[in-house]
Ligand binder design. Structure first.
Ligand SMILES: C[S@@+](CC[C@H](N)C(=O)[O-])C[C@H]1O[C@@H](n2cnc3c(N)ncnc32)[C@H](O)[C@@H]1O
Length: 223
């Protein structure tokens, strides 16, 4: 086996300056910065945030409002009874797919590190328990689909997901609680072929969200 080692810096060495633009005057000298969506501080200091180029210099509220015009009928819920460090990853992916809202069930606090600040642009809602989440989903006309590889589950690869959908994920260890899976419209599993019992919940959430995207998203709206 030939191992090729790169002398180029990797993602962890790129540092702050990899993304973004400098002050407006440097980037676009002489051009008017008169868009009300622009943030005066970002115009003056530069914009190094991890946002798509179309949102450079925009205020956070303006970015959220713009995504709100294109959010999908897809909601995500994750059980948070044991402090799951993967919730941040789920939130980041939900943001990338313009998910309507990420629902945190159980503990209010969660580890935001993996979210890489994307939680600032993503609607989040807390529910004390599964009963509260399910009641809320019913009122909104959302069909709850649990995602777990438990006996009796339907392969996600061939399942037809509902358009108005709430995908519910469990945690490392316990998985989706019995309380939740027994009340979901169906449980979908992601096919596995190796030795491990399950995949990381952040990865599973990405796969399941993308299954919905493949079915319903208008790719003309993608960046
Ligand atoms: C690490 S898993 C726990 C699985 C279960 N407790 C076990 O060990 O058999 C945590 C969560 O990731 C998701 N997950 C992981 N692998 C999955 C798969 N193959 N199919 C569907 N969901 C999966 C589910 O939402 C699950 O509740």
């Amino acid at each position: 086996m030939i191992l090729v080692l790169s002398d180029q810096p990797g993602p962890t060495e790129w540092g702050e300056s990899r993304h973004g633009v400098g002050p407006w005057e440097q980037e676009r000298p002489g051009q008017l910065a008169d868009d009300p969506r622009y943030d005066p501080e970002l115009l003056a200091e530069g914009d190094r945030r991890n946002v798509v180029d179309a949102y450079r210099y925009w205020r956070r509220e303006a970015i959220v409002a713009d995504i709100d015009t294109r959010r999908h009928d897809l909601h995500i819920a994750i059980e948070n009874f044991e402090h799951d460090a993967n919730i941040g990853t789920v939130v980041r992916t939900a943001n990338a797919f313009a998910v309507n809202t990420v629902h945190i069930v159980g503990r209010r606090r969660w580890n935001r590190r993996g979210a890489m600040v994307t939680d600032r642009y993503q609607h989040l809602q807390h529910h004390a328990n599964i009963a509260e989440l399910l009641e809320w989903a019913k009122q909104q006309g959302l069909i709850v689909v649990a995602i777990d590889n438990t006996p009796g589950s339907v392969p996600l690869e061939t399942a037809a997901l509902p358009r108005r959908c709430l995908l519910l994920f469990g945690q490392e260890g316990p998985g989706v609680s019995e309380d939740a899976s027994s009340k979901a419209a169906m449980t979908c599993s992601i096919a596995q072929f190796g030795s491990t019992r399950s995949i990381n919940v952040g990865v599973a959430a990405g796969i399941a969200m993308h299954a919905w995207i493949r079915q319903y998203a208008d790719l003309g709206n993608a960046w």
